[in-house]
Structure formats: C-alpha cells, structure tokens
Design a protein. Sequence first.
Length: 339
Amino acid sequence: MKDKLKKILDEAMAQIDSSDRLDRLNEIKVSFLGKKGELTSVLKAMKDVAPEDRPKVGQLVNEARKTIEERLDEKREIFEKAILDEKLKSETIDVTLPGKKLAMGHSHPNTITLEEVEDIFVGMGYEVVEGPEVEYDYYNFEALNIPDNHPAKDEQDTFYITKDILLRSQTSSVQVHEMEKGKLPIRMIAPGRVFRSDEVDATHSPTFHQIEGLVIDKNITFADLKGTLQEFAKRLFGEDTKVKFRPHHFQFTEPSAEMDVTCFKCGGKGCRFCKGSGWVEILGCGMVHPHVLEMSGIDPEEYTGFAFGVGLERITLFKYEIDDMRLLYENDTRFLKQF
Ligand SMILES: [Zn+2]
C-alpha cells in the first residue's frame, strides 16, 4: 500500500511539473484527487487493509493529498504570474514614442475677409442678416426699381427657375426683405452667394459672393455714406487709404457712385496692379431711390438711406494680391495653405 501511494505521488508530481498550461492543472487535479481519482481509489480500497493499519494508511493518503494540492497551488501561481506578465508587457504604453500630429486646417481666404468686413460693420452698429438664395423675380428686380423689360435686367445674365423664381443675381434682394419688415431704423449688411450665368475666367464665375449694406433712418445724407465707406476702406486696407467717388448709375439708388480706393500696393503712385492709375474700384453705392422706399412701405419724405454692394472675392483678391479668382474655388491646399 505504501509503495502504491508513493507511486501515485511520484506520478502526480511528475505530471504537475511537466504541465505547460493552467487548465492542464485542473485535469491533473481531477485525475488524482477527484471522486474517481487515483488517490480516492486508495481510500476506497481501505477495507482490504488490516484495521490496525488503517489510521496509518489514512494519514499517508492525507499527506499525499496535501502534497499534491500544495504543488498544484505553486504551479498555478507560476502560470498566473506568467499570464499577468505577458498581459502587462503587451499593454505597455511607451510614453517616449512621438505622437501623431493632427493636421489643423484654417479658414478660407474668402471667409477670413468676410469675417473682417463683418467685424468692421458690427463695430459700427450694423446687424448681419441673411436672405434666400432662391428668390422671387420681384425681390431681385422689380422692388429694386428694375421693372420687367427694363434693359438693366439684361445686363445681368440671370438663372431662372420659373418665370417668377430665380437664383438671386445680387444680395440687394435682402434689402427689400428687411425694409418690408417695417422695423426702422435699419443698419444692416447682408453677405451671401449670388449667381449669374457667366463663363468662368480669371475675374468671372457663375457663383460668387456679395456683401450688401443698407442704412435707413431720418436725416441720412450722402455725407453719411461717404464717411461710413471711407472708414470701412481705412479699417480694411489701412489708415493711409484714400477713397474717391465717381458718379455712376444704378436703378435702385439716386444719386449713385462707384467708390475707388488708393492702390494698396503703390500707395497711389501707379503700378501694374492698378494699371498705372493709382486707384482700384472697390464697390458701388448710392442714396436709396425714393421709389424703392415707397414700394417697401417707407415714407421717403420722412426717411432717407444709403446702400452699397461690394464683391467679396474682389476685395479678397485685392487684399491678398491674388490675380485669378479661380484659385479661390479650386480647393487646392497648396494654394490655401498660404493664408
Ligand atoms: Zn498701384
């Protein structure tokens, strides 16, 4: 019996020592210590042992069981530690590795310019308003003093959707919406996209942006227009910028003018950029036509106002010395990165 126990114990130890994984230990435990295990079968054979030897044999069996259990526990700890070590190793973060750099974009030059213009006018107490890009013919033309069959309508190659609905060809339509609201006085700018069926070239595009401005209050004169736009030009292009107003004709303003600013590149001496004149045309403006006020329900005897419209791309190209408008729309990051 003693020999048999020793044989079982040796066999168990050998199996435990040579086991190579955690679940193998459980198999060994079952095969030696389980209900049908080898050690248990020795206890079952106790009836064949002489009664006086039974306590001795029982003690030996218990010792063997204890030895096997202890060795199993030792081995289990070794396996668990190895698994933990492996896990820690694979999950280690090397804080000295260089990080992944996120490429940060920035605003488009058109957006940079627009925000600058908005800041200037908001600083002067103006509101920034928006209007629909798909517009009634009435708001785009008729309410701006351009009736049907008027030649001024032909000057703008308009995209018509139906006979009465079009893609707005100018942001001036937003003026009419604001005046119709009947809340006076008005101090607003309306930046937005406009559409004309032009061929694409260095200075034309079927879609571009305008910034419309409108002021209506009591006692507004041409002096207010000049002072406001002069201040705008100085803040946008620099304190030394001079402005000049040339008489012009627009349907919805009277009198009307175009405003030139001194060439920022040569300071007015004349260069290639300003074609030798020293001046660059920058916007159209004028006093709101009394008939336009009337059509929107404003009494021209009580209220007067001025309006202006500036091409956003025009001043962006001017500001950044870009000579081709197409560059603004091609979304070539090699170009856009420069601003
Ligand atoms: Zn110049």
